[in-house]
Design a protein around this ligand. Sequence first.
Ligand code: ATP
Ligand code: MG
Length: 560
Amino acid sequence: MLDISTLLIIDDCAADRKIYRRYLLQDPYQSYQILEADCAENGLALCQKNHCHVILLDFCLPDMSGLEFFDKLAQERFDPPLAVIMLTGRGDEEVAVQAMKRGAQDYLVKHYLKPDVLQLAVRNAIKQSCLQAQLCKNRERQRLIATTALRIRQSLDLEQILNTAVVEVQQLLKCDRVLVYKFAADNGGKTVASSVESWETVTQCNDIQAICHEVGGENHHWGCKLAIPQLSEAGLSHSYLNLLKQFNPKINLVVPINLSNNSKPEDQIWGLLIAHHKSGERQWQADEVEILNELSVQLAIAIQQAELLAQTQAALVKEKQLNTFKSQIVATVSHEYRTPLTSILAAASTLIKHSQRLDELKQQRLLGIIEQKARSMSKLVDNMLMVNQIELDKTRFQPIPLDLLQFFCDLMEQAQETLTERHELIFNSSGNNKGFCGDRGLLQQIFVNLISNAIKYSPQGGSVEVYLLGRELDVMFYIKDEGIGIPMADQQKLFQSFSRGSNVGTISGTGLGLAIAKSCVELHGGSITLSSQIGQGTKVTVSLPKQPPFSGYNTASNQS
Ligand code: ATP
Ligand code: MG
């Protein structure tokens, strides 16, 4: 079937119009819808009402000349510009030249007009006008893509990039919703940006979640640029095609966001850019598919840049933290080691120089000093290594199902050994403590530090209570003492490394215990807080989920 083109004849002579019409309707290669006007004004009105491909324009009209008509057309700024063939009289070459200068496609001399000459001229004008229209469209598309891409890439913040992208693409494609779906490492994924807030507004989109999930699972074909309307030609495997067809090409246009620039693109599919249109069935046009494809490339570049920046910033922050930490270690080592080392050296040299003169009691006292100081130095080293390990993410978090009551019985026994007769250690528990998973070594770090603090900072003695409350999903731990308490102003910073209360006096310590405990609690996905009153005592509260994140253990199957 031939394409039908709309042609407008503007000529005041009805007989001439009839001839042109007859000639054109004889054209075996082209079909026409022919409109006629007997003056320039009527001709202009028809142009405004109809999309004409070509105008056959008589050079001499009753209300204005053909050239004046040209100027009028130019003022109207038709998009794409109309193709005009000027019909001139014998000896009017001058007019013809002027018409061509003003942009006429061609000119024909009325008196020598033959059917095949007219047909060929009009066909050529149509072809040229189509090319012109295509060019205009491409130019406009490139302009829109460039503006949109610029807006998308203006930011280096991933969230902002994605949110701008969905809004801009929705405006560009004039569809109901645009969303970005990101694949996760575990083959799942989620919608990370959407131009429409609530799911309700575009209900058919709900199933995208499920479909994307499946697609994420077998993303081996995503390397092909997928324009859903042309799915059948994409050379995809049958099962994969079926899966993608569920996107419903009438409402969803889907293209992958591909971060790869190498030959194995399927490894680098970051996610999907999805345009969704639910109001009525929408026939997605090839250039809309192209727009989405090109914008997905721009989006991929923006995502890559944002991710690189985020990685670099994170690395810088980490580097900075490590540097600060290292400086603190150097400062602490030189400061904290000097005092005990001086005592050790003094005691040792007294023993060496005056051992003959010293009685056994005195010798024992000096040896005791050496042992105690060496122990505190060794604890400092252990603590620093522990913090260093946590800081460098070297700690291997290995949660296992734990019987909490047994764990605390063992811990209490150990703590009893370090207790003086002035202290009383009380342990109580209630609720359901079953189904708990945790890393034994890290839990020991937490509670040994907290219990030893409670004892150490109660030099006058008193009771130290450890209380366990099992709840449905988590366990609360309370460690309460009647010691020296902590000044209000110091309480906030005590969970930072090397920080100590201003009221510790001569009680020794490295200021690392609470920082270690906090890091271990956080690895379990829990929280730690303290409340304290100076001279009254301190209560530390730890809350740990029964199933720490990524533990891989299931509460139901691990009931102890
Ligand atoms: P170490 O590294 O040997 O544990 P430390 O006890 O000084 O040294 P943290 O356990 O981190 O370090 O405690 C930090 C500070 O918090 C202590 O120096 C102390 O001032 C204060 N603190 C912690 N627990 C208590 C408590 N139960 N009562 C009073 N003050 C406390
Ligand atoms: Mg401590």
